[in-house]
Design a protein around this ligand. Structure first.
Ligand code: ACM
Ligand code: ZN
Length: 634
């Protein structure tokens, strides 16, 4: 009885809320990533607070159906499932006959004056169609209560340009809890990103559970806590100091993340770094090193990363196979990332066992020893039905002397053709790999490294360096102009990467990801000819409101002015100011006062005296951006 009364009270409260809620009329459809085709019509459809939902072709227990119902509820709607499409307000339909135009991830969304219909060949297609529908609702729908939302009649036909639309997260330099990983996956899914590259092992911590090698967790997952010091200035550990920062994910937590990701169309690709970036392994199992140095789980900058597994030691191979078997048991993904980047070979050069391996296997040197090792691992994983992914170093070209010529010439006999190459040192290594027939994921630092600054460093939290503004991220194209079709075919997509040396909280990670991930999403999903920076920048502003309504941290760095000065004469400089956001007004002062909208407005380059302080206020869509920016004219 108490239960019934409680339920009735809840229903009454819901009805009251629905009755009190606002109404909204959406006049424009702003979708990120931009769909292949969209057309808006004159009519409209009003979605009420209690939508009837039909899901033809999907079982009621399907994760997609559960997701959709849960998501509608989080928008303060009260959906009910009905069996007949004719009765429904929102119809989800798996096509009886495959629609070849939209493939396995595409969808057709139709808003008519009679209702909403999303059809697709697969559940993931319906999931993406639903994400598009969500973006047609008011941005604050998860916060405010709407009694009804009127949508414009429209048709959206959509499918992705690339299969691999990845987002990476380093959980080693800093450790992030499962709750945050889920928020990260939510952000990805909303923008149709479908591969989560989980960087789980590195010098600064081992984050996978291991039963065969328990010291990976008791030792390798923990380091001395220096989080109160800037990353670049961390004191080395003192003798006997307790290692208290870190942790690892349990098998149950990983299973939970996998299920959460799968319900959002996301494949999780775990990365186990080898043979370098392994201080955490060597701290736990020093016998796997070439030397008898006392390795520790690294703290702060660790460069060059000299820790390397001894490739001449058979027990290292056994260790790698065992650990990778554990990974295969934990992760259903077809792909396992085996790292391969930045493996300094100084220890191999000095190690009798590694040198013996080189002689016995008739290898050309230490670079080939890495290729040989990767080949062993690839063969082992192939027996488990897995395909390796590796950073572009796995092509066997080493750390130094990378060039197009050497890339073109190289043909690494140890690397099986099905290895997927992740091209981070520019786009050229990837093109070279694609020419050799490898599938390639492009993630060049210049466009895809979101640990880099996104605006003038003076106005940003400390970062590792570099600069990838939102507009730069938007220039990313995994297949540059002029790429021959046979090479382009092997480029399966791209990815943005978030290394976390300088990022130690979930909200900082969100701030670095957003909004840049939206640029990557549009670069990877939308047809090239549909890309339009001005339109994208306008749409981003709406998406910002969606993120803020859900409490995500978000960077406004796009509005940070760019400033340049050209000498006119000994006393005078010619000053140019811009922001990358079209239609931003720039107000400024030169008398040290704080600029307001009554200050001078910048309309073109101005001559100013050296020594002048210029203070700048950007205003966009009538909103003053919160910071005032300042430059000294030197
Ligand atoms: C990398 O950024 N070292 C792959
Ligand atoms: Zn060795």
């Amino acid at each position: 009885m108490r239960h019934i009364l409680h339920t009735m009270a809840m229903l009454a409260a819901a009805a009251l809320l629905a009755a009190c809620g606002r109404t909204a009329t959406m006049t424009e459809i702003n979708i990120v990533p931009e769909p292949v085709f969209k057309v808006q019509k004159d009519g409209a459809y009003t979605l009420g607070g209690n939508p009837k939902v039909s899901t033809v072709g999907m079982g009621q227990n399907s994760p997609t159906v559960k997701y959709i119902l849960q998501s509608l509820r989080s928008a303060h709607l009260h959906p009910s499932l009905v069996s007949s499409a004719d009765d429904s307000d929102i119809e989800f339909l798996i096509n009886d006959t495959i629609n070849p135009e939209i493939g396995t991830e595409g969808y057709l969304l139709e808003v008519r004056n009679t209702g909403i219909r999303i059809s697709a060949n697969t559940e993931v297609g319906l999931f993406y169609g639903y994400q598009t529908l969500v973006q047609m609702l008011p941005p604050d729908v998860t916060k405010a209560v709407y009694r009804s939302v009127t949508l414009p009649e429209c048709t959206v036909l959509d499918y992705p340009r690339f299969k691999w639309r990845g987002v990476h997260l380093d959980v080693c330099r800093h450790f992030f809890p499962v709750k945050f990983i889920k928020r990260y996956l939510d952000a990805m899914a909303a923008y149709k990103m479908n591969r989560f590259h989980w960087h789980l092992t590195d010098d600064h911590g081992w984050r996978l559970p291991s039963t065969k090698y328990p010291q990976l967790n008791t030792v390798g997952s923990w380091r001395v806590d220096r989080d109160d010091q800037p990353w670049g200035q961390a004191d080395p550990p003192r003798d006997g100091e307790r290692a208290s920062y870190g942790g690892f994910y349990t098998a149950d937590e990983i299973a939970d993340v996998l299920q959460y990701a799968a319900a959002r169309g996301i494949e999780v690709i775990p990365e186990v770094e080898l043979p370098g970036h392994c201080s955490a392994v060597l701290a736990a199992y020093p016998q796997f090193a070439c030397d008898d140095y006392r390795y520790q789980v690294a703290i702060g900058p660790y460069w060059p990363p000299k820790a390397i597994l001894c490739a001449g030691n058979d027990s290292v191979l056994t260790f790698l196979f065992d650990v990778l078997d554990e990974v295969c048991d934990l992760f259903p993904s077809k792909y396992i990332h085996i790292g391969g980047d930045e493996a300094w070979k100084d220890n191999w050069k000095a190690c009798p066992k590694c040198q013996r391996r080189i002689r016995n296997e008739h290898l050309a040197g230490e670079e080939q020893l890495q290729s040989w090792l990767v080949g062993q691992v690839q063969r082992h994983l192939a027996e488990r039905g897995k395909t390796i992914v590796g950073w572009d170093e796995i092509m066997g070209l080493g750390e130094e002397g990378w060039s197009m010529t050497s890339a073109a010439a190289a043909d690494n006999p140890f690397l099986g053709d099905d290895a997927v190459v992740m091209s981070w040192r520019g786009i050229q290594p990837g093109l070279a790999a694609a020419r050799q027939g490898h599938r390639v994921v492009m993630c060049p630092t210049d466009y895809c490294y979101f640990d880099y600054y996104q605006a003038d460093a003076r106005y940003q939290p400390a970062s590792i360096g570099g600069m990838v503004t939102l507009s730069k991220a938007y220039e990313f194209d995994p297949v540059p102009d002029g790429t021959p079709a046979a090479v382009a075919r092997n480029v399966v997509g791209g990815q943005c990467n978030l290394w976390t040396e300088y990022i130690n909280t979930p909200s900082h990670a969100e701030y670095m990801l957003l909004p840049r991930m939206l640029a990557t999403s549009e670069c990877l999903w939308s047809p090239r000819e549909n890309k339009d920076w001005n339109r994208f920048r306008r749409k981003v502003e709406v998406q910002k409101d969606r993120f803020l309504a859900k409490g995500y941290a978000y960077c406004e760095g796009s509005f940070t002015p760019k400033f340049s000065a050209r000498r006119v004469d000994d006393n005078t400089m010619n000053i140019t100011i811009s922001t990358e956001v079209p239609n931003t007004y720039i107000f400024y002062t030169t008398d040290l006062s704080t600029p307001t909208r009554q200050s001078l407005i910048y309309i073109g380059p101005v001559n100013l005296e050296r020594g002048t302080h210029i203070k700048i206020l950007p205003v966009y869509k009538d909103i003053e951006r919160d910071s005032v920016y300042e430059f000294l004219i030197k």
